[in-house]
Design a protein around this ligand. Structure first.
Ligand code: NAP
Length: 462
């Protein structure tokens, strides 16, 4: 039997339900908090009080790394989801169940069996604050969700057993979804694979589905990357392509197969926002979502493009930057550059669009020809100029100076005409592939709570 890992905030019933579930499955139940206390010979409040949270987290990581790989039910500490190293360990070869309860029920249960405070806040406020803070991490931890607010431990355990045996996608939904995919431009090998996983006689009801949503998206490297990462991290997931001319049917199909998440690409980054329940502040300010996480009936929207742009620029905080372009990816770039405290001027072929983006992102703006008066430290190209098959550079060679850093967001080809010219001029260069790598890393963390080293992604994409 694969191991079953229960996640959730304190007071959601992990220990009580885990004990019943383990008994019904005929396997041991291990509570990681109890294991830590046993190993340390002290209670968790005593460890926190005497040695601090960092020491507790180190003990927790050790305990989790030593857990059996199968035939066990594991109950975890409420904060375990915040540590990517723990999530990497716990998610491997596991069925992950998130237990939830409404804040009033949690408050009531904690009042019966008080535990040490996590913050200096009054109990009700603490629960609200902690649930909010951990929401993305709990969403990432959830393959299945069980709300324990108004149920007995026996009934909750029975519900989990049902999910393990039958999954969450009824047979007619699997068939309808497969018919939908079969009518999209999926290539034959992927269509056959999806057919086996959705409707084949040996399909595993616990397999979770993810994919890239776009039109077109046949060129996307995300299926290759994510499916290889699923193997690397032993996740029972499959990543496919949701390729259709409108985002509505894509979202319907994703919900039909209880998808775990979507990477959203051109032309749906704006349109998808209307289909979501909650949108992260950064994505809302940028005006685009490129990552959707589904958990416990809620669809969350995020933007990881800006993080993918910010990461390679970590050493450039405070620079004077020129941003070329004022479209979708330029909005994410403007957000990243201003977040790094840069003085940003947006130049665009259509100056009014530069002005509109500058006004909402706190930047300066100008017309394309203004470049010659700027002498920036950093140039970011957010136009498609130089993208295959185009062979132009957005700037003349004589506009590039060796003191400049040139970042081209275009990544096909890997070395664009702008990057080639910048290297010739002696500039520091950053290629668009870096954005893809870092945004995908952030996406994987939002999907599963696991932090993949850049090197692993680079190796897969090489
Ligand atoms: P978009 O919303 O269509 O915006 C395109 C921008 O480029 C607009 O400001 C447009 O100016 C300008 N532009 C287009 N053609 C031009 C030309 N011939 N001369 C001067 N300006 C021109 O596109 P997007 O979604 O922002 O994507 C832009 C590029 O970013 C894509 O082509 C892609 O290569 C790259 N990208 C990279 C990544 C990555 O992971 N590395 C992710 C996303 C996108 P007007 O306002 O005047 O039309």
């Amino acid at each position: 039997m694969k191991r079953v890992v229960l996640f959730g905030y304190r007071g959601t019933g992990k220990t009580a339900i885990g004990t019943v579930l383990a008994r019904r499955l005929g396997v041991p139940f291990i509570d990681t908090d109890a294991l830590i206390e046993q190993k340390a010979g002290r209670t968790i409040p005593a460890i926190f009080r005497d040695d601090g949270e960092e020491r507790f987290r180190a003990l927790e990581r050790d305990a989790i790394a030593g857990l059996p790989a199968s035939d066990v039910v594991i109950g975890t500490g409420g904060g375990v989801v915040m540590d990517p190293a723990n999530m990497e360990q716990l998610r491997a070869h596991s069925s992950c169940v998130l237990l939830t309860a409404d804040p009033a029920t949690i408050g009531h249960r904690l009042a019966q069996a008080p535990r040490p405070a996590l913050t200096g806040l009054p109990p009700k406020k603490e629960i609200a604050e902690m649930l909010e803070r951990r929401r993305p991490a709990y969403a990432a931890a959830a393959d299945f969700c069980v709300n324990t607010s108004r149920t007995t431990n026996e009934a909750a355990a029975a519900r989990i057993l049902g999910l393990l045996e039958h999954g969450t996608i009824p047979a007619p939904a699997r068939e309808a979804a497969f018919r939908w995919f079969a009518a999209t431009p999926l290539l034959a090998p992927e269509r056959e694979r999806l057919g086996e996983l959705l409707t084949g006689p040996g399909h595993d009801p616990q397999t979770r589905f993810l994919g890239v949503a776009g039109w077109p998206c046949g060129h996307s490297r995300s299926p290759l990357l994510f499916n290889r990462l699923f193997l690397e991290y032993q996740l029972n997931c499959h990543y496919t392509r949701f390729e259709a001319p409108a985002v509505g049917p894509i979202m319907e199909t994703a919900r039909l197969i209880d998808a775990k998440g979507l990477s959203v690409t051109i032309p749906f980054k704006q349109d998808v926002m209307a289909c979501l329940d909650e949108i992260d502040d950064a994505a809302r300010e940028i005006g685009a979502v490129n990552t959707v996480v589904f958990a416990c009936g809620t669809a969350y929207g995020w933007n990881t493009d800006w993080l993918g742009i910010k990461k390679p620029l970590a050493g450039h905080a405070g620079s004077r930057a020129v941003l070329l372009g004022a479209g979708g990816v330029a909005a994410a770039a403007a957000y990243a550059l201003t977040d790094l405290g840069m003085e940003v001027t947006i130049l665009n072929r259509t100056p009014e669009k530069a002005r509109a983006l500058a006004e909402r992102s706190g930047c300066r703006w100008g017309a394309w020809d203004d470049f010659d008066r700027m002498n920036p430290d950093l140039i970011v190209n957010a136009t498609p100029i130089g993208m295959q098959p185009d062979t132009h550079s957005p700037l003349r060679d004589d506009q590039l100076k060796k003191e400049m850093t040139v970042f081209d967001l275009v990544y096909t080809p890997p070395v664009t005409p702008l990057i080639a010219a910048a290297r010739k001029a002696g500039c520091t260069t950053i290629t668009g592939t870096e954005v893809f790598i870092h945004q995908a890393r952030e996406q994987f963390r939002l999907f599963f709570g696991i932090d993949v080293p850049d090197t692993v992604i680079r190796e897969i994409l090489a």
